[in-house]
Design a protein around this ligand. Sequence first.
Ligand SMILES: C[S@@+](CC[C@H](N)C(=O)[O-])C[C@H]1O[C@@H](n2cnc3c(N)ncnc32)[C@H](O)[C@@H]1O
Length: 341
Amino acid sequence: MNRTYLGNMTRCVRVPKREGEAVRADLVAGGMLDLDARIRADGDCLLIPILCDSFGDYEVVDAEMQVQEHRPTDYREVADVPEDLRDILPTSFDIVGDVAMMKLPDELMQYRSVIGEALLKVNSNLRIVFLDDGVKGEFRIRDLQKVAGEGSSETVHKEFGVRLYTDPARVYFNPRLSSERSRIASMVADGEVIIDMFGGVAPFGTVICKNASPSEVYSIDLNPEAEHFARMNAEKNHVDNLFPMTGDSSELIYDLPMADRIIMNLPQIADRFLGFAMDRLKVGGTVHMYKIIERVDFPALCDSLVRGMEERGYSISISSSELKTYSPTMSVYSMDIVRTA
Ligand SMILES: C[S@@+](CC[C@H](N)C(=O)[O-])C[C@H]1O[C@@H](n2cnc3c(N)ncnc32)[C@H](O)[C@@H]1O
């Protein structure tokens, strides 16, 4: 290991180890701890560097001490961009496993590599950084351009005790829904039949199978890459009641048994598929639907869903919560829709 030592001897107090934490805290509170040197052991004692001449009755010694590195935790402190652009550096990123994806305003585009390098420098958990040009097409895949780091976009994301294998450039995966996955898993009763109509790499299915005891979970997706990763996730997490399938869920759902629970995470247009879901939902069962919509239009959407399902022969009740803001006027809603008759 390379050690860097302070040039001069450093003034320290020699404190028995069991008293070390209390003394350190007192020194910090009094602004007397020398933050440039590392505390180190000396027999049964600790040498704690100080900025004062003495502290209590503790022995004072001058010792050779190692430099305490101050690692920045905010990439904006180390990103080598012109000062007048520092304020517009993004404050948030999408992180999936060890992959970071960032969106940049036009003014920062020419600095994308240094910004990516700065992110890697302060985040030891990250391996690679991509510029994210948004989610595109029917498969909702991200348009990614590598700006810093090594390897590919394939990664493993850990969540609630499961390891989710995915590749944001080949299949959609949303790390920000982890609390929803946990919430739904906690609602699952033993033996339930569950269908995820837009399953992706099967994060809902895998978290549910690992944290609850459904009899079977079907995870459908149009994108064949989704089935590939969903199978891998079932295998790697030792789950044998998760059944990934490729195709259009509005058709495939009719080949499946009636369900206790159906998940619909296709927030732009999921409501258009609600009739198909109701056709395969048991009375008393629940649909979990996610919907992005103008906030002012949300009550009308709920009314129209109730009326539309009535016309199809189903009674439903809807409870909802606003999950997050999507734009100044739009939000993402989480809707629990129970089939009552
Ligand atoms: C927003 S993603 C959700 C993925 C996953 N549930 C998650 O939370 O990470 C929606 C997924 O629906 C798939 N999809 C779109 N239309 C579909 C359809 N008609 N039938 C089945 N899957 C569809 C897309 O390929 C995409 O993977």
